[in-house]
Ligand binder design. Sequence first.
Ligand code: PNS
Length: 156
Amino acid sequence: MHVIYPGSFDPLTFGHLSIIERASTAFQKITVFVALNPNKKGWLSVDERLHILRESLKSYKNVKIDTGEGLLVEHVKRLGGDIILKGVRSVYDLQQEQMMAEANYEIGSEIETLVFLSRFQFQGISSSLVRQIFALGGEIDAFVPKGVSQFLKSKK
Ligand code: PNS
């Protein structure tokens, strides 16, 4: 089973990493897909997000990284993926994911979405929270892997 795990990863957090780690033991092959929205300027550049992912995920031998614009389902097909994987932290996330899963099923010729429920300790972590804390000079080590915080601090 080849699983596609899409997101913005702006930046990668412990929450994402936990989902990737769990998926890497549950499935044969995972592609972490950095979905790009040309209308939305990211916080980190695509190259920076990819760099962070490559560095943070290099020990996971069955995890690959890819990126692209446009419809996710087209990339799932291009990559030969079997299923989309999402992480869900809350009922709010579930509502969003339910809508996206339905849309992707319709437009993607019945591509299914699987959700992993977040582990309890990661339910409060989000990339937007990390961006906000970092911008205000707060400590982000509890939310992102060491390599990510080192990279962000080196940019300052
Ligand atoms: O990390 P995020 O920002 O919550 O991830 C959302 C993402 C990128 C997975 C979602 O916006 C997405 O799938 N975008 C790709 C564009 C697309 O296919 N949209 C239509 C179906 S939702």
